[in-house]
Design a protein around this ligand. Structure first.
Ligand code: ADP
Ligand code: ASP
Ligand code: MG
Length: 404
């Protein structure tokens, strides 16, 4: 019997009525002649409320306890979903991440999956039972509960589909698929029919949080094609798969916007080997992820270095950066939040020229100043003022005619 792995996100299981809707869809899939493993997220808002509760207890809860707490959100949704299936006359069992055999490393709150030992899942499937697995969680080899980073139920679904060699992996969410830009930002955004892993990976890691970027990385590594679609209708969604030759004909697949960024500028950095290395080594020890970096032309032996980070990391980075700046004898540090990154992504960029010119022209028409630019083989990103991000996304979307 073909095996289908389905994942239902937080909004899709957000109320008891929506859980019943999900249960009906799962049962229909089984009745069409398939074995089904359903991965569910916590009901929408639950993970955020749990984080809030923890903050009320202590401003710095330990990561291990956070994982023990956050994992409960998915367990609730799993039990309710299995109950709903059983109430409709089906036969389902809820499994936690560890019951499902998901083994991770011990990096609490963003653990990586090491292995999946799906013996329980197999036993239930063989009996014709629907297996409902709690997303976003696993356990270490020594039995500690871990979670897989925000949005991690996507990763659970992809990893289980890979481990069980599923025929099909479907990611059900609250939009019809992956759009040319977040439809909440660009109302004219259009559903993409097919997208390559690399394109979605660039979009997901630059603000299009429709899929967790680590889950896309995993899908690419183990070649797990999947479809992103809506749990509210039966429309076809977006197929995500390996790149095929025709895909390069489309120059730009989509636009991403990432808000809540901050820009840090260090002036008068001594222009000699080791300066940048000292600054960024110090930052890496604080686990702050640095994104775009630019260094100016050197004048009279010193230069300016600017970089962007997540706004939330500004405070955490402060003391380490100050000590690095003092150690190398650099000048002042200027910090600015309210920054956004806008990226255009497409594998067609490799074989088409003029993409950067068109992007810059669209922004200039809107009077939007570009503060930094970064490029990769299939992406051009600009750093702009956060208050202009939505306007910029709409202008750029129009300029590349992505609505057609
Ligand atoms: P789920 O709870 O199902 O995991 P998410 O909230 O994580 O759902 O992801 C779906 C949301 O992603 C959509 O509601 C949409 O606002 C947002 N999104 C951001 N970028 C895109 C995009 N390019 N295409 C579709 N949705 C996007
Ligand atoms: N509940 C988790 C979160 O809100 C995981 C997920 O929804 O995928 O991030
Ligand atoms: Mg999600």
């Amino acid at each position: 019997m073909p095996l289908i792995v389905q994942k239902y996100g937080g909004t899709s299981v957000g109320t008891s009525e929506r859980i019943r809707n999900v249960a009906r869809r799962i049962l229909e899939t089984q009745r069409a002649g398939n074995s089904v493993v359903a991965v569910v997220s916590a009901m929408s808002g639950v993970t955020d409320s749990l984080i809030q509760l923890a903050q009320e207890i202590t401003p710095q809860p330990t990561d291990r306890e956070m994982d023990a707490l956050l994992a409960t959100g998915e367990q609730t949704a799993t039990a309710l979903t299995a109950m709903a299936i059983n109430a409709l006359g089906g036969h389902a069992v809820p499994l936690t991440g560890w019951q499902a055999g998901i083994i991770t490393d011990s990096l609490h709150t963003k653990a990586k999956i090491h292995d999946i030992v799906p013996s329980h899942i197999h036993e239930y499937l063989q009996k014709g039972t629907i297996v409902v697995v709690a997303g976003f969680q696993g356990q270490t080899a020594t039995g500690q509960i871990t979670t897989l980073g925000r949005g991690g139920s996507d990763l659970t679904a992809i990893a289980i589909a890979a481990a069980l060699k599923a025929e099909l992996c479907e990611i059900y969410t609250d939009v019809d698929g992956i759009f040319t830009c977040d439809p909440r930002v660009v109302p004219k955004a259009k559903k993409i029919e097919v997208i390559a892993y690399d394109e979605l990976l660039e979009m997901a890691s630059s603000g299009s949080k429709v899929m967790q970027s680590r889950s896309v990385e995993f899908a690419k590594k183990f070649n797990v094609p999947f479809e992103v679609r809506s749990s509210f209708n039966n429309n076809r969604g977006t197929v995500v798969k390996e790149e095929t030759p025709g895909m390069e004909d489309v120059v730009i697949r989509g636009v991403s916007v990432e808000k809540n960024q901050a820009k840090v500028t260090i002036s008068h950095v001594p222009d000699r080997p080791g300066s940048a290395s000292h600054i960024f080594n110090t930052l890496s020890e604080t686990n702050v992820v640095v994104d775009v970096i630019i260094q100016n032309v050197s004048e009279s032996g010193t230069t300016d270095i600017s970089f962007t980070i997540n706004e939330d990391d500004l405070e955490k980075m402060g003391p380490a950066l100050d000590s690095a700046v003092a150690a190398i004898g650099a000048g002042k540090v200027a910090k600015r939040n309210g920054i956004a990154k806008l990226s255009v992504v497409g594998i067609g960029m490799r074989s088409h020229s003029g993409v950067a010119a068109k992007l810059f022209e669209a922004l200039s028409r809107g009077g939007i100043n570009i503060q930094m630019i970064s490029t990769s083989e299939i992406k051009i990103a600009v750093i702009i003022d956060e208050s202009l991000a939505a306007k910029a996304a709409n202008l750029v979307h129009d300029a590349f005619h992505l609505e057609n």
